[in-house]
Write a protein that binds this ligand. Sequence first.
Ligand code: PLP
Length: 398
Amino acid sequence: MEVYLDNNATTKVDPEVFKAMEPFFCDIYGNPNSLHKFGAGTHKKMVEALDYLYSGINAADEDDIVITGNATESNNTVIKGIWVDKILNGNKNHIITSEVEHPSITAVCKFLETQGVSVTYLPVNEEGILEAQQVADYIKEDTALVTIMWANNETGKLFPIKEIGQICKDAGVPFHTDATQAIGKVPVDVQACNVNYLSFSAHKFHGPKGVGGLYIQKGFEVTPLLHGGEQMGGHRAGTVDVASMIGMGVAMKLATSEMALAYENNHVRKLRDKLENAILEIPETIVIGGKENRTPNTTLISIRGVEGESMLWDMNQKTIGASTGSACASEDLEANPVMNAFGSDSELAHTGVRFSLSRFNTEAEIDYAIDVIKGAIARLRSISSSYAYTPKNHVSEL
Ligand SMILES: Cc1ncc(COP(=O)(O)O)c(C=O)c1O
């Protein structure tokens, strides 16, 4: 049996999404900006896809959703655009973010620091959560942007977006959130949460890879990353990948309907909890950050005495895919930076395994995974030089 438990890295394209995309390669191929009938056919379908994107995050009609290549591009567009508008061409010089953002935020902030920008990286507590008040405490006269993720990719922990949105609104500071891991897992409502910019990537919610979106609230213009043609209302030049955009629209519709979110919260959560509880029966295993306030599909578990990479290897032998952390960072063997940010000790930081489920997982798959994981932990601990049986092994640490 093959079991895919790495859905925070990427997801399978929903067959319905694939079906919706297919006509846009050989049948409906006009450039949406062309004035003839071929272009008009494409354009009409793009408008329909955009409608699904607007509904999925509850954007207002007058707001913009720019189609990008992925969330990385969306994140870069906002942060670098704000840098140009408010820092290079304005009188601001400060950005607030968190210590546990995805590298597509952190690396941009680090780059801007080399250009003289001051960046505050807010720490998270042992639960992996940030208090909204921390944002308020650090907002200054020259703060140009607050960028805080909606849900963490490693732990699934949810940040207090509504409270942060209100704080930023009151302070008159633009607020961006990277909602890449939130779409399709929890309700995302830009209006209710006073979000001014929001990023997402289709392949995280059963859409195609290589397409994403950037929500921009009316009145919050930002200098584009790509200059050229007038596509996307001048927000992003270049002919859009029409088939992928259509796919992303349908994927958004499927992932964010009330029924889909309820399924995620019930069925997917139930499977995640079953897997997690079975692993937690084994002594000296803990959920990093604890169980509260998470997306329903994710668990990051530390297994004392077992290197995360070794667990992945053992599971891979039995055709189970999981991760030791963000897919982009998992090729190097550095301790997981998110776990370090939680204050975990260094052994724990190397022993995390992230399981992330989706609506396509079944109970039979989880039962199989539990058997394999239990066997792998027993085997790896039996040959581990750092793990020896002590009575303490039988005392739960949580
Ligand atoms: C929270 C978060 N933001 C951004 C990204 C980047 O997504 P993409 O690689 O599609 O640009 C990821 C990918 O893992 C993510 O988890």
